[in-house]
Ligand binder design. Structure first.
Ligand SMILES: Cc1cc2nc3c(=O)[nH]c(=O)nc-3n(C[C@H](O)[C@H](O)[C@H](O)COP(=O)(O)O)c2cc1C
Ligand code: SF4
Length: 388
């Protein structure tokens, strides 16, 4: 019998309203110390009222040093944050949705990138970062989050540690596949010692989109290892943020928006930009039209090799795409990001039969927009305040 995608469902002990999650989306709406703001809470309440199954927060840094290049990242880096996060989580619970905290360190892809080259960092620093992840998870639990998701995807620190493209260490923390997994082992076992039953999810890349990186076969083995050390569910994504094919957004590269808005590029002289513009989409691996359900094949491989729930993300936007991922491809849950930026109540619209397709046109302007701390739908337009 077909699964009712709108019926409530259990994910790793978390009661979801339905089988559709909001995938982590950096809202860039924390204050300058990484505390959650009223604006952010309102965004989550809108998603909850729009009958989302559950919300995975935008990535939250384990330390100031682990923060993103773009401003406005949440930091769950000390106990002073617990009352503010508790207040936010309680408000979202009241509005009707569970909340999962995505925990991350941006590594060499972050604001302090030079200090976090995977091959150069010391073992002592790696122990310290592992400890920061464990402490952040404990804080998330104390703040009332329904669970956590460790961010092992998109080329951030843990993704770089686990990927053969970036981890060439010759010590206990790298080299072989087993040793590249060591940091996951240390963090997850450390969490389990203190919180044996707390829901811990992991977001991984099923495909790094780098010839030396993670490909589906290794992603399957990583998922099996994650299950063995006590992870409760995996979300399958792909790509390296702000890189080829728009990384996890895997599709159209918005050259004009990048030239107008992306730091380090927008400052270039006009004539240089005009010369760059025609070749940029090709150079950045733009794919048009955007592929559908582009991580589902890997998610299926993982699903057949593990016993924990699998979540697929990426180009699963329309009602039919959600239905078929769950009922034909046999994936447990789906998640989405971009369509919910434009339409936070999309799932309610689907449920009430008011709509069957998402309005998001996958222009990826929102992906560039956050580079300056603005999460909104630009719908293929260049922000009007830009003087071009
Ligand atoms: C503006 C924006 C911010 C994002 N921030 C995060 C993030 O903080 N953590 C994360 O794991 N993925 C992040 N992603 C990736 C999404 O979670 C998702 O994997 C990707 O957009 C593909 O899903 P979609 O086709 O439903 O948009 C972000 C995506 C966008 C567009
Ligand atoms: S800017 Fe709007 S239409 Fe474009 S990808 Fe983002 S949410 Fe979709």
């Amino acid at each position: 019998m077909a699964t009712d995608i709108f019926a409530s469902a259990n994910l790793a002990g978390i009661r979801l309203n339905n089988r559709i999650l909001r995938s982590a989306t950096d809202e860039t709406e924390a204050d300058d110390k990484g505390f959650p703001t009223e604006k952010l809470t309102k965004r989550y309440i809108a998603l909850a009222k729009g009958e989302i199954g559950g919300i995975i927060t935008g990535f939250m840094g384990v330390s100031e040093k682990g923060k993103a290049q773009q401003p406005g990242m949440l930091l769950i880096d000390n106990d002073e944050k617990i009352p503010a996060f508790s207040k936010m989580v309680a408000a979202v619970h009241d509005a009707g949705a569970p909340v999962i905290a995505q925990i991350a360190h941006c590594g060499s892809n972050g604001a302090y990138g030079k200090e976090f080259k995977v091959d150069k960092i010391t073992a002592k620093q790696l122990e310290e970062i592992s400890r920061q992840f464990i402490d952040a998870v404990i804080r998330a639990k104390k703040s009332g989050f329904d669970g956590v998701q460790l961010h092992f995807a998109h080329g951030y620190f843990l993704s770089q540690m686990i990927s053969p493209a970036t981890n060439h260490r010759r010590d206990d923390w790298g080299g072989s596949e087993e040793k590249r997994f060591h940091i996951a082992d240390v963090i997850i076992k450390g969490i389990r010692e203190q919180l044996p039953d707390y829901p811990v999810l992991v977001k991984i890349n099923g495909e790094d989109d780098d010839k030396n990186g993670i490909h589906p076969r290794e992603a399957v083995r990583i998922s099996q290892r994650l299950e063995a050390v006590g992870v409760n569910a995996v979300e399958v994504s792909r790509g390296i943020s702000f890189m080829k094919h728009m990384g996890p957004m895997y599709g159209h590269f918005p050259a004009e928006m990048s030239l107008a808005w992306y730091p380090g590029v927008k400052e270039l002289p006009g004539f240089v930009k005009s010369m760059m513009k025609p070749g940029m989409p090709k150079m950045m691996g733009s794919i048009d039209p955007a592929p559908r359900k582009y991580n589902v094949d890997v998610a299926k491989k993982i699903k057949s090799a593990v016993h924990i729930p699998v979540i697929a993300v990426g180009g699963i936007h329309d009602l039919e795409e959600i239905e078929s991922t769950i009922n034909v491809d046999g994936i447990d849950f789906v998640s989405m990001s971009r369509p919910l930026i434009l339409e936070p109540s999309l799932i309610q619209k689907y449920k009430q039969g008011r709509q069957t397709t998402a309005k998001c046109m996958e222009c990826n302007h929102c992906g560039i927009g956050i580079s300056q701390g603005r999460l909104q739908c630009w719908y293929g337009k260049i922000p009007s305040e830009i003087n071009r």
